[in-house]
Design a protein around this ligand. Structure first.
Ligand code: ATP
Ligand code: MG
Length: 323
């Protein structure tokens, strides 16, 4: 197995090493290689992500990714968007786990309002919202596969706004068809009401599938249910590639101080293990994280006074103890 490691910018440089260490602990036989992309590289070389970098990333079975600063500079093109597009990472998975709830937001990652088809004018600007049967079908399948893998006892929830956005009729109905073909229970909900209800009654939910921007907003809102940005991992999955990254960005304000919370990155490594079938390893990672948080061995954002490195070391020690 080949694993590409991209630390990226800012706190990516600090939170990825402890996560990589945990991966190496579980998968010592894998081949690891660093790929340097991002804003720092852009400042040094004028290119944030070269074709050669994409080739290297494509050669990996899995990518563990930190974060990349996207500066307001109009000449700078988003590296993440390029990677998502080139590797066709159509499913964005964002688990939100806490006391009594375990939710998986499955967000379509390639179309919808992020189609990139726009007309920008002084008086009128438009963005085309593209929904295709193929795009809806493959994201619905990803959601159903996950519901089965998780042994979900709750219906797959299809988040939509088909009452107002007629393009969502295709999304909703395609998802319904896929759920039926899997023999899974489903429930359709309007995204606004759904967002409120998930925050009020998170234990009623398991897998939620929705379109691009709705999933983006919903999963950020769900961040409220957990200890914040420093806790949230994510995966971007395609048919041929798999990419794992913390939800948070490069947080330049706290970079280089050894205070960033490494848990989101470590959980992303846990998702990698889970994705490739090492489910017991992933469970050990979660258990060790819970132990460290409940022991108060955590960073400032969670009320602790441990550094990034020390927290990472402790979690690894807990893993070794549990094995
Ligand atoms: P970017 O432009 O790369 O998204 P950002 O300034 O928007 O960077 P984010 O990483 O999105 O920063 O996070 C917003 C704020 O949340 C940060 O400024 C930081 O204070 C806090 N934060 C984010 N991630 C972490 C973390 N892992 N540990 C502690 N605090 C964090
Ligand atoms: Mg940000």
């Amino acid at each position: 197995m080949k694993i590409a490691i991209v630390k990226g910018d800012g706190i990516g440089q600090e939170v990825i090493p402890p996560a990589e260490k945990i991966l190496r602990h579980f998968l010592p036989g894998a081949e690891y290689f660093d790929v340097k992309v991002g804003y720092e590289k852009w400042k040094e070389t004028g290119t944030a992500c070269t074709d050669d970098d994409i080739k290297k990333l494509k050669s990996a079975d899995a990518i563990l990714f930190g974060a990349i600063t996207t500066p307001p500079d109009p000449d700078y093109k988003s590296v993440i968007m390029k990677i998502r597009h080139e590797l066709d990472l159509y499913a964005n998975l964002r688990p939100v786990k806490g006391d009594g709830f375990d939710i998986m937001v499955v967000r379509e990652n390639t179309e919808g309002l992020y189609s990139g088809i726009e007309e920008i004018g002084e008086e009128r600007s438009t963005t085309l919202r593209v929904i295709t049967r193929k795009g809806s079908e493959r994201i619905a399948k990803a959601a159903c596969e996950l519901a089965i893998k998780r042994g979900s006892t709750k219906p797959v929830v299809i988040g939509n706004k088909a009452n107002v956005l007629k393009s969502d009729v295709l999304f909703r109905d395609t998802c319904i068809g896929v759920c039926k073909s899997y023999g899974l229970e489903y429930k359709t909900m309007f995204i606004d009401a759904l967002t409120l209800d998930v925050l009020m009654q998170p234990s009623n939910y398991d897998v939620i599938v929705t379109t691009n921007i709705f999933g983006d907003i919903l999963s950020d809102a769900c961040g409220y249910l957990t200890g914040g940005l420093g806790m949230l991992p994510s995966a971007n999955i395609g048919d041929a590639h798999a990419f794992f990254e913390p939800v948070h960005g490069s947080a330049p304000d706290i970079a280089g101080k050894n205070i960033a919370n490494p848990i989101a990155a470590i959980r992303s490594a846990g998702m990698l293990l889970d994705h490739f079938g090492y489910c017991e390893y992933a469970a050990l990672v979660e258990k060790a994280i819970s132990a460290s948080v409940s022991m108060g061995v955590c960073t400032k954002d969670l009320g602790g006074n441990y550094g990034t490195k020390e927290t990472g070391e402790y979690i690894l020690t807990e893993i070794i103890k549990e094995e």
